[in-house]
Design a protein around this ligand. Sequence first.
Ligand code: NAD
Length: 502
Amino acid sequence: MVSAYDLPADQLYIAGEWRQGRGAPIRSHFPADGTLNRTLHGASVEDVDLAIDRAQSAVNDPAWRGLRPHERAGYLYRISNGISEAVERIAFVQSRDTGKTIAETRALAMSAAGTFRYMAAALETMEDTLTPPRGDYLTFSVHEPLGVTAGITPWNSPIASDAQKVAPALAAGNAILLKPASWSPLVCLELARIIEAAGLPKGLFSTLPGAGSIVGERLVTHAAIRKVSFTGGTEVGRGIARKAAEKFMAVSLELGGKSPTIVFADADLDLAVAGVMFGVFSSTGQSCIAGSRLFVQRRVYDAFTAKLIAATKRLRVGHSFKAGTQVAPLIHADHRAEVEDHVRRALAEGAELLTGGGRPTGEEYDAGTYYLPTILAGVSNTARICRDEVFGPVLVVLPFDDEADVIAQANDNEYGLACGIYTADFTRAWRVGRAIEAGTVWINTYKQFSIATPFGGVKESGLGREKGREGIRAWMSQKSIYLDMSQRPHPWAADCLKEDGA
Ligand code: NAD
């Protein structure tokens, strides 16, 4: 049973006040039926500047700057509890905003609560170090806040990706300004309500929905912003990295992927089929880590593919709020048109359609942005469908002969975000896992996550890591302090202190 809640009003949380944005209106639609959720006025450049200005004062105020780690952690615990208490409301708003199934948005909200709780606990147990001295002094390595920071997030899992930026940024003692994607502007306002109720000093957190080219650009280029943590597409990330270099700003980039999943002939095929399906078709494929290139060992290729096609045809495509839905609508009609283009191009390139390849038919699907889980085959790893990120429920299957062949094919790609390996041979799983160029490798599973385990990509999939204890350090500046213990003038100049003839 899904409860309905009021959607957030047309107000942004800027510099500790609720106010209408002065930027262009943004329209959030419910992808399952196309109804308008809310017209929300986005932030303007003036709004961004106001938020930055207040954040600078707030971050330097002793009321925040002077807090001990356990006191700062107190705010994060309260935010975590606030999210836990509002899971149903957050899930509802996020499903309306993104079309994701309510089961998934509940899980994302709970994961956001877990992120704040973990970062609070990590903060309380974080230590600075006393490093080995090479003279008569003590040396300390300490970590300090960066100052005013920004998080820029995509539309696919907003509450979870927002939490992954806001929680460590605050834990580290910063202020953070959050810019969500324009297709999913609403759920960050729920987070703002919770953060406000937790009593976080005003100005430390603002929500700035708006166009990437205006709001995002201003955040990235403003001199006062000391770090941008970006999750989104590779090309936008590249542009942000260039601008960050101009002002030597810290940047973390969680970008796209075209992740390989490898099924060896000795794998438990049922387990592998379920893992492959979950890896690419859950979240309707709108996932950076989607296992969208499948390599199956030639000996079991036909048997495995037949099983996979049959099981995929049984996936329940349906409304975001319908119990049991596995594949919900895509976020937006424009995005579905892009997914359709990818499939059309693949077919023109000579791909064979094994299942899907179109919209589901029936009255219940007419108003929503649905697309069927799709499997393609018959192309080589150099085909565009094996290179381009589709960000939809589209899988391409390729055969391979042996370990060396599959490692070469899997690594022959611009991206390096994740990889799945299915085999009964753990030594092989280890060997192949170590040889694959990716930030995360799953063995006999896929898309498992722990806030305690670092996450990020290599190659065109990004730079830097989020999560884990080190995830807080990524929002801090390290400082070395030498404390003299000799209490004597330096011998190099000591003679000069003596008066003539003394
Ligand atoms: P996107 O790159 O279009 O937008 C992401 C965010 O950047 C949005 O908030 C957008 O408004 C903003 N933006 C756009 N132009 C900007 C600019 N010039 N300056 C500053 N900000 C700007 O991505 P999307 O379409 O929202 O999301 C899909 C992409 O995100 C996919 O490529 C996916 O792989 C990636 N993604 C990566 C991860 C990861 O952790 N690696 C997770 C989720 C999504």
